[in-house]
Design a protein around this ligand. Structure first.
Ligand SMILES: C[S@@+](CC[C@H](N)C(=O)[O-])C[C@H]1O[C@@H](n2cnc3c(N)ncnc32)[C@H](O)[C@@H]1O
Length: 356
C-alpha cells in the first residue's frame, strides 16, 4: 500500500485513525511489510506483501483465495483481449467512463478483473476481498497509483461510512453468511448522493430450481478441500469437453443442456478461444461448487432492500448474473425495517449464474 492511501483507512473495531506503527522494509511511498496501529484503541493490523490485512489469512473464503490465485488472470480483459468484463461493469453500473476525482469502493474483488476496469476510470479505487485473492489483485493492479487493495471482511470494514461516491459489489453478496445484512452494510459506505450497484444470484421457484444442478451436487462435494475439488472439476471438464462441444450444436437447447450437466458453456456468449473457453469452464464449475455460502434471492426481495435503504433512482432487474440493482443514496439516513419480500413468479426462461 502507499503511504498516501493511509487516510482512507480507519480501525475496523473503533473507527479510530490508523498510523504506520512500524515497517520492516526500505522507506519509500510503497509499504511492503509493516504494522498499522489504531491511534485510539491501539489494535494492530499487519501489512503483508503490500496489503493491509484486517482478517485472519484463513477464513470462510479460503476456496475463493485458492480459486483466484489459480486463475489470477483468466477473466481479465487484458488477458482474453476482449471487452467482457468492461462491458459488464459499465452495463451493470451505468457509470461514466471518466470518474476522475471520485472515490470508488469495490466489495469482493476476487482476482481483480473489475478493479482493472474501475481503475481505468481514473477514480481512486479502494478494493477489498476477504480471501487471499487480494494477492492476485495486487499482482495485477496493486502498483497503480489510484488503487488501494486490502484484505478485509465486508461486515467489519476499516473504512469510514458515507465516504464513497460509488460502491459496487459484483458476484459477491450471495456468498456472504447474511446477504441482507451485507447489502445494508454496503449502503452505509455510500455517501449522500452517491451510487450503489450490486448484483446477486437469482432464486428460482418450483420446478426451475431443479434445473440448477449445482444445488443437487453441492452437498456431495461439501467439505472437500479446495485443491481436491479443483482437481475433480478439472478432470470432469477435460473429460466432458468434446462431448460438450457436440451437445452445444443441438439447436436452441444445446448450451442449456451443457449447463444442466454442469459444463459452463460460453461458446455463443463470448468471443473466446477454445483454450480460454475451457479455462473459464474449469474456473466456473469450481466457483459454482466450492463456496461455503450460496444464497440466491428473489428480485422482489432485492427491490425491497433498495427501497428500505431509502435509495432513489432505483433500478432492480434481471441481468447479467441473475439480478442487478442500482440506486442513489439520499441525504437522509435510512432505517432498517419491515420483513423480507415475498416470492415472485419467475420468468419462464432458465438462466445460470456464474462467476463470469
Ligand atoms: C464469485 S467471487 C467474485 C469476485 C469478483 N467480484 C468477480 O466478479 O470476479 C466472490 C468474492 O467475494 C468474496 N467474499 C465473500 N464474502 C466476503 C466478505 N464477507 N467480505 C469480503 N469479501 C467476501 C470472496 O472471497 C470472493 O473473492
Amino acid at each position: 500500500m502507499r503511504v498516501g492511501h493511509l487516510p482512507h483507512l480507519v480501525c475496523p473495531r473503533c473507527k479510530g485513525t490508523l498510523s504506520l506503527f512500524s515497517r520492516q522494509d526500505e522507506p519509500s511511498d510503497e509499504i511492503q511489510t509493516g504494522i498499522l496501529q489504531c491511534t485510539a484503541c491501539k489494535k494492530e493490523y499487519p501489512i503483508i506483501d503490500h496489503i493491509p490485512r484486517f482478517v485472519p489469512l484463513s477464513n470462510y473464503s479460503n476456496s475463493f483465495g485458492f480459486e483466484w490465485l489459480t486463475h489470477a488472470k483468466t477473466q481479465y480483459d487484458s488477458y482474453t483481449h476482449t471487452n467482457i468484463s468492461g462491458e459488464r461493469f459499465f452495463q451493470e453500473t451505468q457509470w461514466e467512463r471518466d470518474l476522475r476525482g471520485q472515490m470508488l469502493l469495490e466489495a469482493g474483488s476476487g482476482s481483480g478483473r473489475f478493479t482493472e476496469i474501475a481503475a481505468s476510470t481514473g477514480a481512486t479505487v479502494v478494493s477489498f476481498d476477504m480471501s487471499t485473492a487480494v494477492g492476485a489483485n495486487y499482482a495485477s493492479n496493486g502498483t497503480r497509483p489510484n488503487v488501494l487493495i486490502i484484505q478485509a471482511d465486508l461486515f467489519h470494514l476499516p473504512l469510514r461510512e458515507n465516504y464513497f461516491d460509488k460502491v459496487f459489489c459484483i458476484g459477491v453478496l450471495q456468498h456472504t453468511p447474511d446477504v441482507e445484512d451485507a447489502f445494508f452494510t454496503l449502503t452505509g459506505y455510500v455517501k449522500p448522493k452517491g451510487k450503489l450497484c450490486i448484483d446477486i444470484y437469482r432464486k428460482y421457484k418450483g420446478i426451475l430450481h431443479l434445473f440448477q444442478t449445482r444445488y443437487l451436487i453441492r452437498p456431495l462435494v461439501a467439505g472437500m478441500s479446495p485443491e481436491h475439488l479443483y482437481q475433480l472439476c478439472k478432470k470432469y471438464i477435460n473429460a466432458m469437453w468434446q462431448i460438450a462441444s457436440i451437445i452445444h450444436k443441438i439447436p436452441r437447447i444445446g448450451s442449456r443442456i451443457n449447463w444442466i450437466l454442469l459444463i459452463p458453456d460460453y461458446r455463443d456468449r463470448f468471443p473466446l478461444s477454445e483454450e480460454i473457453l475451457r479455462e473459464w469452464a474449469i474456473l466456473d464449475i469450481f466457483d459454482i461448487l466450492s463456496p461455503v455460502y450460496d444464497s440466491p434471492q428473489y428480485r422482489e426481495t432485492v427491490e425491497k432492500w433498495f427501497l428500505r435503504a431509502n435509495l432513489v433512482d432505483i433500478q432492480v432487474k434481471y441481468g447479467y448474473n441473475g439480478i442487478e440493482g442500482r440506486g442513489e443514496k439520499q441525504e437522509r439516513v435510512f432505517e432498517r425495517s419491515g420483513g423480507l419480500g415475498e416470492e415472485e413468479t419467475p420468468r419462464s426462461e432458465f438462466e445460470s449464474e456464474s462467476s463470469a
